[in-house]
Design a protein around this ligand. Structure first.
Ligand code: PMP
Length: 406
């Protein structure tokens, strides 16, 4: 006889902590998760910034069905012309600055960063990497090597040599960059590090220093991309002091994943064609992947991008979601800060115990919130970008009540 799914989970599925949430998910639809005990929960973290169109958007589902009927995996990445890949790359390039015109598809965020780091090393012929304190770039060895938190790194040492960590947002510290550096990798807004927006002018200073030294600048927009911060990509926010006429800072390599696949596993690193060409020779096949750019995932990604653009969801994050959340929660005596942009916000509370209590109470009352990896007193707020206004208001009322009771 089959055991219950919870028993099977407990006995045979590897856990990532001793206390997983452990809900049995029946189905998900729009902003809601439906659990086996009959509860309906508002997904206010969107599967950690993945389900930006809510769960099971009909256009994404249709694109998946259509592609499943055409073909699944047919050949390793890069050999056959597969329409979903080609069309998604073309569409993505059309919404990016002209220098970001060539897309290498992979399966996940950490793989996107692995590819970007390898690309930078091969392109520059240099070895040194620079990253920032409190950054998070993924859990494979290369990405972990540029992740700025020792508790996650120490058990796995030695990692990549020649990685220098600098304080995030500190212009002075950028003088540490020199012509031995292959790449500088940073999030445009740090996510797991506690939803931190760098001070105005820092990204521009970083761009200048990379230009001076010949290091490639990698922006990891795995969490901040695809409309979440109120622009299609967070680097499109102008980077000057308020009122100044400063152009956005464009990276040499952009990495994407999470919402990019519309709920399917898909990542990418994007660069200029001549830079990307370095992976073609000396030796050929310098970077290969079997499943990268899986046709079903690319079909879903393309449909998701079209919905994001058609429904102007980035704009909605900036003009509806952020102001509504700030109006509801800012100024509460237990809230010490609301950080972030658009629908990538962090609610910093007075202490870790209060944070745990508020998150627990909201869950009991049907709103799923979460922590970020590096901070235990920051509540992650990352609802679907198309969350209906009544659901948004109700969820915020629930959070407000939990704060009042904490
Ligand atoms: N970079 C950033 C900024 C992320 O937030 C994450 C995931 N939280 C990753 C990389 C890693 O992505 P994945 O889990 O798909 O490997």
């Amino acid at each position: 006889m089959l055991s219950s799914v919870s028993d099977a989970f407990a006995r045979h599925v590897a856990w990532t902590s001793d206390r997983p949430l452990g809900f049995v998910l029946e189905r998900a639809d729009g902003p809601f998760l439906y659990l086996s005990d009959g509860r309906r929960v508002v997904d206010f973290i969107a599967g950690i910034a993945v389900s930006s169109l809510g769960h099971g958007h009909p256009k994404v589902r249709q694109a998946i069905h259509d592609q499943v009927d055409r073909h699944l995996h047919a050949m390793v990445y890069g050999e056959f012309v597969q329409a979903p890949q080609a069309r998604l790359a073309e569409r993505l390039a059309s919404v990016l600055p002209p220098s970001l015109d060539t897309v290498y598809f992979v399966n996940s965020g950490t793989e996107a960063n692995e590819g970007a780091l390898k690309l930078a090393k091969k392109h520059t012929g240099r070895r040194r990497l620079v990253a920032f304190e409190r950054s998070y770039h993924g859990d494979t060895h290369g990405s972990l090597s540029v992740t700025g938190r020792d508790v996650y790194r120490d058990p796995f040492l030695p990692l990549l040599p020649d990685v220098t960590f600098l304080p995030f947002g500190d212009v002075q510290a950028l003088s540490a960059l020199d012509d031995t550096v292959a790449a500088v990798i940073t999030e445009v807004i740090q996510g797991e590090g506690g939803v931190r927006v760098p001070p105005p002018g820092w990204l521009a200073a970083l761009r200048r220093r990379c230009d001076e030294t010949g290091a490639l600048l990698i922006f990891d927009e795995i969490q901040s991309g695809m409309g979440r911060t109120g622009r299609l990509f967070a680097f499109e926010h102008l980077d000057g002091p308020p009122g100044s006429d400063v152009a956005p800072v464009v990276p040499d390599v952009l990495t994407l994943a999470k919402a990019f696949g519309g709920g399917m596993p898909l990542g990418a690193f994007v660069a200029a064609a001549p830079v990307m060409a370095t992976l073609r020779h000396n030796p050929p096949l310098s970077h290969v992947t079997t499943f990268g750019g899986h046709p079903v995932c690319c079909a879903a990604g393309l449909a998701a991008l079209e919905v994001l653009l058609d429904e102007r969801l980035a704009e909605r994050a900036a003009t509806v979601i952020e102001p509504t959340i700030r109006a509801a929660l800012e100024g509460h005596p237990l809230v010490t800060a609301v950080r972030g942009r658009g629908a990538m916000l962090g609610l910093e509370l007075v202490d870790a115990e209060t944070t745990a209590r508020v998150v627990g109470q909201c869950l009991d009352d049907g709103v799923l919130l979460g922590w970020t990896l590096h901070s235990d007193r920051l509540v992650r707020l990352a609802p679907p970008l198309n969350i209906p206004e009544d659901v948004l208001h109700d969820a915020l009322a629930t959070i407000r009540r939990a704060l009042d009771a904490a």
